[in-house]
Design a protein around this ligand. Structure first.
Ligand SMILES: [Zn+2]
Length: 127
Protein backbone atom coordinates (compact mmCIF):
# COMPACT_ATOMS: atom_id res chain seq x y z
CA UNK A 1 0.00 0.00 0.00
CA UNK A 2 2.01 2.92 -1.27
CA UNK A 3 0.35 6.29 -1.14
CA UNK A 4 3.63 8.13 -1.70
CA UNK A 5 3.06 11.34 -3.58
CA UNK A 6 -0.70 11.09 -3.53
CA UNK A 7 -2.15 14.00 -1.69
CA UNK A 8 -5.33 15.94 -1.57
CA UNK A 9 -5.29 19.13 -3.53
CA UNK A 10 -7.51 22.18 -3.81
CA UNK A 11 -8.57 23.08 -7.37
CA UNK A 12 -6.49 26.27 -6.89
CA UNK A 13 -3.34 24.14 -6.81
CA UNK A 14 -2.65 24.14 -3.07
CA UNK A 15 -1.64 20.66 -1.94
CA UNK A 16 -2.88 19.29 1.37
CA UNK A 17 -0.49 16.69 2.68
CA UNK A 18 -1.35 17.50 6.23
CA UNK A 19 -4.74 18.45 7.70
CA UNK A 20 -2.93 21.07 9.81
CA UNK A 21 -2.66 23.19 6.69
CA UNK A 22 -6.33 24.12 6.38
CA UNK A 23 -7.45 27.39 7.84
CA UNK A 24 -10.28 27.04 10.32
CA UNK A 25 -12.53 29.98 11.10
CA UNK A 26 -15.50 30.36 13.36
CA UNK A 27 -17.40 33.30 11.94
CA UNK A 28 -20.77 31.68 11.21
CA UNK A 29 -21.52 31.62 14.90
CA UNK A 30 -25.28 31.90 14.52
CA UNK A 31 -25.25 28.81 12.31
CA UNK A 32 -22.99 26.92 14.77
CA UNK A 33 -20.67 26.27 11.89
CA UNK A 34 -16.88 26.21 11.59
CA UNK A 35 -15.53 26.83 8.10
CA UNK A 36 -12.67 24.83 6.65
CA UNK A 37 -10.89 27.27 4.38
CA UNK A 38 -8.13 26.94 1.82
CA UNK A 39 -4.94 28.50 3.17
CA UNK A 40 -4.02 29.92 -0.22
CA UNK A 41 -5.11 33.58 -0.04
CA UNK A 42 -5.61 33.66 -3.83
CA UNK A 43 -7.94 30.64 -3.82
CA UNK A 44 -11.15 31.15 -5.78
CA UNK A 45 -13.06 28.53 -3.78
CA UNK A 46 -11.97 29.69 -0.32
CA UNK A 47 -14.40 27.48 1.60
CA UNK A 48 -13.58 23.81 1.27
CA UNK A 49 -15.83 22.40 3.92
CA UNK A 50 -17.53 22.89 7.25
CA UNK A 51 -18.24 21.42 10.64
CA UNK A 52 -21.64 21.85 12.25
CA UNK A 53 -22.07 21.22 15.94
CA UNK A 54 -24.27 21.49 18.99
CA UNK A 55 -23.15 22.14 22.52
CA UNK A 56 -24.32 20.38 25.60
CA UNK A 57 -23.34 22.99 28.18
CA UNK A 58 -24.54 21.04 31.12
CA UNK A 59 -22.37 18.02 30.41
CA UNK A 60 -19.58 20.06 28.79
CA UNK A 61 -19.82 18.08 25.61
CA UNK A 62 -19.87 18.96 21.96
CA UNK A 63 -21.77 16.95 19.40
CA UNK A 64 -20.58 17.17 15.85
CA UNK A 65 -23.65 17.10 13.64
CA UNK A 66 -21.96 17.20 10.25
CA UNK A 67 -18.37 17.40 9.11
CA UNK A 68 -18.11 17.66 5.38
CA UNK A 69 -16.15 18.95 2.43
CA UNK A 70 -17.97 20.78 -0.34
CA UNK A 71 -18.43 19.06 -3.67
CA UNK A 72 -15.88 21.06 -5.76
CA UNK A 73 -13.07 19.90 -3.45
CA UNK A 74 -14.41 16.33 -3.29
CA UNK A 75 -14.99 16.03 -7.04
CA UNK A 76 -11.59 17.47 -7.86
CA UNK A 77 -9.85 14.89 -5.70
CA UNK A 78 -12.06 12.01 -6.86
CA UNK A 79 -10.98 12.79 -10.40
CA UNK A 80 -7.30 13.03 -9.49
CA UNK A 81 -6.95 10.11 -7.10
CA UNK A 82 -9.89 7.86 -7.80
CA UNK A 83 -12.90 7.80 -5.60
CA UNK A 84 -11.72 5.21 -3.10
CA UNK A 85 -8.41 6.88 -2.29
CA UNK A 86 -9.87 10.37 -2.29
CA UNK A 87 -12.65 9.40 0.09
CA UNK A 88 -10.22 7.75 2.48
CA UNK A 89 -7.97 10.82 2.59
CA UNK A 90 -10.89 13.24 2.87
CA UNK A 91 -12.28 11.28 5.77
CA UNK A 92 -8.90 11.18 7.50
CA UNK A 93 -8.56 14.92 7.17
CA UNK A 94 -12.06 15.59 8.50
CA UNK A 95 -11.50 13.26 11.43
CA UNK A 96 -8.22 14.96 12.27
CA UNK A 97 -9.80 18.41 12.07
CA UNK A 98 -12.68 17.43 14.35
CA UNK A 99 -10.57 15.49 16.85
CA UNK A 100 -7.29 17.36 16.94
CA UNK A 101 -7.53 20.81 15.46
CA UNK A 102 -10.69 22.38 16.72
CA UNK A 103 -10.34 23.91 20.14
CA UNK A 104 -13.73 22.80 21.37
CA UNK A 105 -13.51 24.45 24.75
CA UNK A 106 -12.94 27.80 23.05
CA UNK A 107 -15.75 27.14 20.57
CA UNK A 108 -18.08 26.24 23.42
CA UNK A 109 -17.21 29.53 25.10
CA UNK A 110 -17.72 31.62 21.95
CA UNK A 111 -20.83 29.92 20.61
CA UNK A 112 -24.14 31.75 20.97
CA UNK A 113 -26.95 30.24 23.06
CA UNK A 114 -28.75 28.91 19.99
CA UNK A 115 -25.94 26.37 19.54
CA UNK A 116 -26.85 24.77 22.77
CA UNK A 117 -28.59 21.50 22.54
CA UNK A 118 -32.00 21.58 24.08
CA UNK A 119 -32.75 18.35 25.74
CA UNK A 120 -35.50 18.82 28.19
CA UNK A 121 -37.09 16.20 30.28
CA UNK A 122 -40.19 17.61 31.74
CA UNK A 123 -42.56 16.35 34.20
CA UNK A 124 -46.02 17.33 33.16
CA UNK A 125 -47.83 18.92 36.00
CA UNK A 126 -51.58 19.21 35.89
CA UNK A 127 -52.88 22.37 37.38
ZN1 LIG B 1 -7.62 26.65 -2.72
Amino acid sequence: MSSEGEYLQCPCGKVYKDPNEYKLVFVKKEQCEIDIMCSNPACHLKELGYVKFKIDKKHRKVHVEIASFYSPYVTWNNTRLGKEKAMRLLEEHLRYIVEKRIDWSRIARDAPPNCEEVLEIREEVKE
